[in-house]
Design a protein around this ligand. Structure first.
Ligand code: NAD
Length: 298
């Protein structure tokens, strides 16, 4: 297929490389020229650059994938003066894989439909490792028939492609999952810190938790206590992984969406406040499991 790709950051660049590896032609755009050059000049496949989002469309693409930081970037790339929807998009498939709030996703999908485009929201989980390996999970919202049509394209970048319902529902699944992850990471951090301060060896304690009813992904796959697991951010000074500020952004999306839905999320709100405190202390660029530092002795 002839594809457009906009947003070549930590996630977008490896996703675009996987599309090239699968034999697709790509026209790419990013506001950071170095990110464009890194992809186009690597010469791994057929990639060319465009100077604006509208120019990506004007190159004659069948579908466009966007992977941008937050809702304001998505709105500017789709609805802005030289944005995607300022070009002729009739019959073009637009897939936004950024993590944004469900309401903004629905607004953009509505504007796209009014211009004759077909749109899916398809946020991902799996992190930069999953993006490199092509094993991301895609949570897809939009028309089911369009999801069926686009499944094999998304499979070039991911291994679980899940249909979640109408427009915006991919984002609903993503914010619900990440709210639970934020809460469970803080819970694991508290439990590990309590056990160690009362005299337990952290590895023995993690072993008990992981074969008992307290087990969760944050304890058995991504334990926040240094040295419990190899190859996790906690064992390399909390570098790499999923930034605490990105977790703070996702908890903000969950609590905002909850407010609009008049749905109580007391633990989600508390988790948001705890990550806000952590970020204010200057630790937002560390992996989100570093939140354990709030509960352990310096
Ligand atoms: P990033 O900041 O590394 O990349 C974003 C890219 O978008 C950058 O290259 C930036 O220059 C570009 N950009 C910003 N504004 C633009 C504009 N107006 N036009 C064109 N390009 C623009 O972010 P990332 O880590 O790749 O994350 C992207 C999205 O995926 C976010 O919504 C994030 O929450 C989500 N996500 C990230 C991870 C992760 O582990 N990093 C995991 C799952 C989901």
């Amino acid at each position: 297929m002839k594809l457009g790709f906009i947003g070549l950051g930590n996630m977008g660049a490896p996703m675009a490389r996987n599309l090239l590896k699968a034999g697709h032609d790509l026209t790419v755009f990013d506001v950071v020229q170095a990110n464009v050059d890194a992809l186009v000049k690597a010469g791994e496949g057929h990639a060319q650059s465009a100077s604006t989002p509208a120019a990506v469309l004007e190159s004659g693409v069948d579908a466009v994938i966007t992977m941008l930081p937050a809702a304001q970037h998505v709105k500017s790339v789709y609805l802005g003066e030289q944005g995607i929807l300022s070009a002729n998009v009739v019959g073009v498939v637009l897939i936004d894989s950024s993590t944004i709030d469900p309401m903004s996703a629905r607004d953009v999908a509505k504007a796209a439909a009014q211009k004759g485009a077909l749109m899916l929201d398809a946020p991902v989980s799996g992190g930069t490792g999953g993006a490199e390996a092509g094993t991301l999970t895609f949570m897809v919202g939009g028309e089911e028939a369009l999801y069926e049509r686009m499944k094999s394209l998304l499979a070039c970048m991911g291994k679980n492609i899940v249909y979640c319902g109408g427009a915006g529902n991919g984002q609903v699944a993503k914010v619900a999952n990440n709210m639970l992850l934020g809460i469970s990471m803080i819970g694991t951090a508290e439990a590990m810190s309590l056990g160690v301060s009362l005299g337990m060896d952290p590895k023995v304690l993690a072993g008990i938790i992981n074969t008992s009813s307290g087990c969760c992904w944050s304890s058995d796959t991504y334990n926040p206590y240094p040295g419990v697991l190899e190859n996790v951010p906690a064992s390399r000074g909390y570098t790499g992984g999923f930034g605490a500020d990105l977790m703070l952004k996702d908890l903000g999306l969950a609590t905002e969406a909850a407010k609009l839905a008049k749905q109580p999320v007391p633990l989600g709100s508390l988790a948001q406040q705890i990550y806000q405190t952590f970020s204010l202390q200057g630790s937002g660029s560390l992996d989100f499991s570093a939140v354990i530092k709030l509960f352990t002795k310096k």
